[in-house]
Design a protein around this ligand. Structure first.
Ligand code: G3H
Ligand code: 13P
Ligand code: NA
Ligand code: ZN
Length: 319
């Protein structure tokens, strides 16, 4: 069944686990996420971005998720709109059946320019009023994602969420979940070396939880960038520079301090790209034309990765 984000995260908090929120754009990803959840009895969060809407369209995403719910009626599924740039976009997602929306007012509608605290509060409050009237949950964001590796820059302070500002934001908006900035960033290029506590500031979550003991925190940019997949891609014609992500062990540490939703997109992209490159490069597949076999290789690789995350984050067994 489709449930709201608040329903799932309240339960996750009671049982001290987190749920990976996987980005989806196509059927194979949806199937991988659901097969893995079915295998280890985990609840599911699937989320669609602006890019996914451009690729598949929100109506296709809705029906893919609804097909998953029909096929796996025993698994609770949250259908979430990732990084809504405006109240209008969130309204559209609600109308399309999403049970949760993110109003990302940390940036202006261009999704580039950092916004003021007042702007963020105003747009987020508007979405909360609208969404809660429909039984839909809202994720807000305070602070901006970005690398702390460059030690200077005008907006360096925004890259670590301020606990007092976060508390004020929650008070003024009534959000159900809060995305915070602790040094992660979107995409494969998060850290140039394995991250230390200086650039991936898990201890900030501890400070945030002291200030907001009942809030559900969301970690964005939380792909781990598996080195195995990087090597597979590069061994089969890829040219991905050396790069590091957020180690699973650090996410598990964050879960102790209230992290309940962990956004992952890049890791599924790496697993599927690696699996497809490897499959197509095998001598026995050079004459293969049944593209379903290539997609199936990608799906199997994504399924294994999803299952690892369900198990590591403690949500396995909680469907
Ligand atoms: O928020 C970032 C996600 O990785 C989505 O990226 O807009 O390319 O689908 P996308
Ligand atoms: P990654 O790029 O680390 O997978 O992050 C995805 C994300 O935060 C989507 O909102
Ligand atoms: Na989100
Ligand atoms: Zn994100």
């Amino acid at each position: 069944a489709i449930i709201s984000l608040k329903q799932l995260l309240d339960y996750a908090a009671e049982h001290s686990f987190a749920v990976p929120a996987f980005n989806i754009s196509n059927m194979e990803q949806v199937q991988a996420i659901m097969q893995a959840a079915d295998a280890c009895d985990s609840p599911v969060i699937m989320q669609g971005s602006a890019g996914a809407n451009r690729y598949a369209g929100e109506i296709f995403l809705r029906h893919l998720i609804q097909a998953a719910v029909e096929q796996y009626p025993h698994i609770p599924v949250v259908m979430h709109r990732d990084h809504g740039p405006s109240p209008a976009t969130c309204a559209q997602a609600i109308q399309n059946g999403f049970s949760s929306v993110m109003m990302d007012g940390s940036l202006l509608e261009d999704m580039k320019t950092p916004a003021s605290f007042e702007y963020n509060v105003a747009v987020t409050r508007k979405v909360v009023d609208m969404a809660h009237a429909c039984g839909v949950s809202v994720e807000g964001e305070i602070g901006c994602l970005g690398s702390l590796e460059a030690k200077s820059g005008a907006d360096h302070s925004r890259l670590l969420t301020d606990p007092d500002e976060a508390a004020q934001f929650v008070e003024l908006t009534g959000v159900d979940a809060l995305a915070v900035a602790i040094g992660t960033s979107h995409g494969a290029y998060k850290f140039s070396k394995p991250p230390t506590g200086e650039v991936l500031v898990i201890k900030r979550l501890k400070e945030l939880q002291q200030r907001l003991p009942h809030m559900h925190f969301v970690m964005h940019g939380s792909s781990s960038v598996p080195q195995e997949w990087l090597e597979v891609i590069n061994a089969h014609g890829g040219e991905i520079p050396q790069t590091y992500g957020v180690p699973v062990a650090e996410i598990v540490e964050g879960i102790k301090y209230g992290v309940r939703k962990v956004n992952i997109d890049t890791d599924l992209r790496m697993a599927s790209t690696g699996a497809m490159r490897r499959f197509l490069a095998q001598p026995e597949h050079v004459a293969e034309l049944d593209a379903r076999k290539t997609y199936a290789a990608a799906r199997d690789a994504m399924q294994a990765l999803c299952r690892e995350r369900y198990e590591a984050f403690g949500c396995a067994g909680h469907a």
